[in-house]
Design a protein around this ligand. Structure first.
Ligand SMILES: [Fe+2]
Length: 239
C-alpha cells in the first residue's frame, strides 16, 4: 500500500500536468478540490519521522542568534509542480508574497498558523486614490487587492486552496508556537513570468472601500530560511 503523501502527490501531478499543455483549471475547479480533499487528510506522521528533530528539537537549549526563523524542506520539484515544507519558529512568518498565475494547496501539519490573504484584480484594476498616487514616488509598485480575511488554521483543519483568481497573496505567521506546513504549488515559480514578489500593506489607507493597497518591497530582513533534507516516504510521480 502506498503512502498517503504518494497518493496526494500523484493525484496533484496528474491534475497539474494538464497545465503544461495550456489547459486551464477553471472554476468550479472540480479536480482541484478532489486533490484538496485527499491533501486535507495528510497528517504529521505521514511525512515526519516520529519525534523528528525538525519539529521537536528544543531550540531554547541550542541558543544560536544566527538560527534561521524558518526551515525549508524541499520534497519534490520539477516543471509540473513543487512540493515543499516550511517549519516556522514561534513568532516567525513568511512575509506577504504572491503566487502569480499559480495554484496552491497549503496543509498545516504541526501547530497552527495565521494566514492573511488577498485576491488579485485580474482584469480591471481599480485606480489609485489621488492621496496614494501623490505620496508614493513609484505608484506602479502599488497593487490594489481584495481582502479575503485572516484566519488561524491548525493541523486538524482542511488545506487552504489558492488559485490564480483567489487568495493569491498571503502572509503566514506562527503566532502561537512552532508550526509546520506543506505546500503543493503548480506551475512552479520560475525566473520569468512567475517570480515571487514580496509586499507590504500600505498603512492608514482610506477606508472607503474593500480595496487594500500593497506595495512591492525587498524580502523583509526578519525572513530567511535554512534548508533541511526531507526524510518522509520517497515519491514516484509520473503522468
Ligand atoms: Fe505562499
Amino acid at each position: 500500500m502506498s503512502a498517503h503523501i504518494q497518493k496526494v502527490a500523484q493525484a496533484a501531478y496528474k491534475l497539474f500536468s494538464r497545465l503544461g499543455s495550456g489547459v486551464k483549471i477553471s472554476p468550479p475547479y472540480e479536480g482541484l478540490y478532489e486533490v484538496a480533499g485527499l491533501f486535507s487528510q495528510l497528517r504529521e506522521p505521514d511525512v515526519f519521522e516520529p519525534n523528528s528533530k525538525l519539529l521537536y528539537r528544543d531550540r531554547k537549549l541550542l541558543p544560536d542568534i544566527d538560527e534561521a526563523p524558518v526551515t525549508y524542506v524541499p520534497v519534490w520539484d520539477d516543471k509540473v509542480l513543487t512540493i515543499c515544507m516550511f517549519i516556522l519558529k514561534k513568532g516567525s512568518r513568511l512575509p506577504m508574497h504572491d503566487h502569480p498565475n499559480m495554484y496552491g494547496l497549503l496543509k498545516v501539519l504541526h501547530g497552527s498558523l495565521t494566514i492573511t490573504s488577498y485576491s488579485p484584480y485580474l482584469d480591471h484594476s481599480p485606480p489609485l486614490p489621488p492621496t496614494l498616487a501623490a505620496s508614493f514616488k513609484y505608484a506602479n509598485q502599488i497593487k490594489p487587492v481584495k481582502p479575503m480575511g485572516k484566519k488561524t488554521i491548525s493541523a486538524s483543519d482542511d488545506c487552504v486552496v489558492l488559485t490564480p483568481e483567489s487568495g493569491n497573496y498571503h502572509e503566514i505567521t506562527a503566532e502561537s508556537g512552532q508550526a509546520a506546513f506543506i505546500d503543493i504549488l503548480a506551475p512552479p515559480y520560475d525566473s520569468s513570468d512567475r517570480q515571487c514578489t514580496y509586499y507590504s500593506v500600505i498603512p492608514n489607507q482610506d477606508s472607503v472601500s474593500d480595496i487594500t493597497y500593497l506595495i512591492k518591497v525587498h524580502c523583509p530582513t526578519d525572513y530567511w530560511c535554512n534548508e533541511e533534507q526531507y526524510t518522509g516516504p520517497d515519491l514516484h510521480l509520473h503522468f
